[in-house]
Design a protein around this ligand. Structure first.
Ligand code: SF4
Ligand code: MG
Length: 332
């Protein structure tokens, strides 16, 4: 469904060049849910937005290849891009108030989007909007159709935004911290809804979060990001059992003992994330890593396979010629 290879995203701002994404490669299968996890500034939202080319073109430079549903996203014309957003891929954001226009009702906005992207008549689009609100389990959808965004609770508004995203029948849903602004109980309801919709519709989802509890609820596979790179990638259970990269280990250790709880957040890790306008020549995590050695300062570690579908980029794991899984010396 998604094949990203060697993605680089640079922004120019105030005479500086921010290297926000530095060689991300990622594949997402049909019906698969992949979570991108990391602290803010790790490049996860920037990666996600690149998939829909949402960055301002004048100040952004994107290199690499992005293929979604067989289409070369970077090569799409403006017109093709508009036809691609919606029916192929839709995005939901942390704050639904920003996705909706406050002066139109929720129904008007879903109907307008469906008409534009699917070319339906007003009546047919209204039926689709209603069905879409029903599918996200919004009670009394007929009445909600005529509600303004500010008349809904945060959780209801997030459901309405998911309805808006799904009304165009996308194959891929991009979700950027969709539950971060919500209360813990509402968060869980939205995560369960996303998982149910994913199964019902066979959707592929890329889910960006700094909240490992949220990833645990929805993800099949996890990619941990740091300094604009994917530093570890593994199926969810494998990552939880056997984290290899010192940053992943720190993330998982930062959670309270006694296992993961729903809605649990990542604690901060001592030190601060790297300045993306002055990335070091070596591993971006070195200044915070207790295992850092000379090799770590000299060069960026290569991606190494350490298990079935388990990859890590860290000098503690050197490429080996045999197929056996390298041990994880940092496993707690
Ligand atoms: Fe730590 Fe070196 Fe691995 Fe970076 S490459 S995470 S500094 S051990
Ligand atoms: Mg973000």
């Amino acid at each position: 469904m998604v094949a990203v290879s060697d993605l680089h995203v640079r922004f120019s701002s105030g005479g500086k060049v921010i290297e926000a994404v530095n060689g991300v490669s990622l594949q997402v299968g049909k019906g698969e849910v992949v979570a991108l996890i990391g602290e803010s500034g790790s490049g996860k939202s920037v990666t996600l937005r690149s998939l829909m080319r949402l960055h301002p073109e004048r100040s952004t430079r994107i290199d690499g290849r992005i293929e979604i549903a067989g289409r070369d996203v970077m090569a799409l014309s403006k017109k093709d891009l508009s036809a691609f957003r919606g029916p192929v891929t839709s995005m939901i954001f942390q704050e639904p108030l920003l996705a909706f226009d406050p002066v139109y009702t929720v129904g008007q906005q879903i109907i307008e989007s469906v008409r534009r992207h699917r070319g339906l008549s007003r009546q047919a689009a209204r039926d689709v909007a209603l069905e879409s609100l029903r599918s996200v389990r919004i009670p009394s959808p007929e009445q909600r159709l005529d509600a303004y965004p500010h008349e809904m609770s945060g959780g209801m508004r997030q459901r309405a935004m998911i309805a808006l995203a799904l009304a165009c029948q996308p194959q891929l849903l991009l979700a950027d911290e969709p539950t971060t602004a919500l209360d813990a109980t509402v968060q869980i309801q939205i995560l369960i809804l996303l998982r149910e919709l994913q199964r019902e519709l066979g959707l592929s989802i890329i889910f960006v979060t700094h909240d490992i509890g949220a990833a645990v609820e929805v993800a099949d596979r996890v990619a941990v990001m740091y300094g604009g790179r994917i530093v570890e990638e593994a199926p969810l259970g494998e990552l939880l059992r056997n984290p290899c990269h010192p940053y992943s280990v720190a993330l998982l250790n930062a959670r309270p003992q006694g296992g993961l709880r729903r809605g649990e957040r990542l604690e901060t890790i001592a030190g601060s994330p790297p300045d993306l306008s002055r990335l070091p020549p070596g591993c971006a995590f070195a200044s915070r890593c207790k295992h850092a050695g000379e090799a770590c300062l000299a060069g960026v570690p290569a991606r190494v396979q350490v298990g079935s579908e388990h990859f890590v980029s860290c000098h503690l794991f050197e490429p080996t010629t045999d197929q056996g899984a390298a041990p994880c010396p940092t496993t707690p």
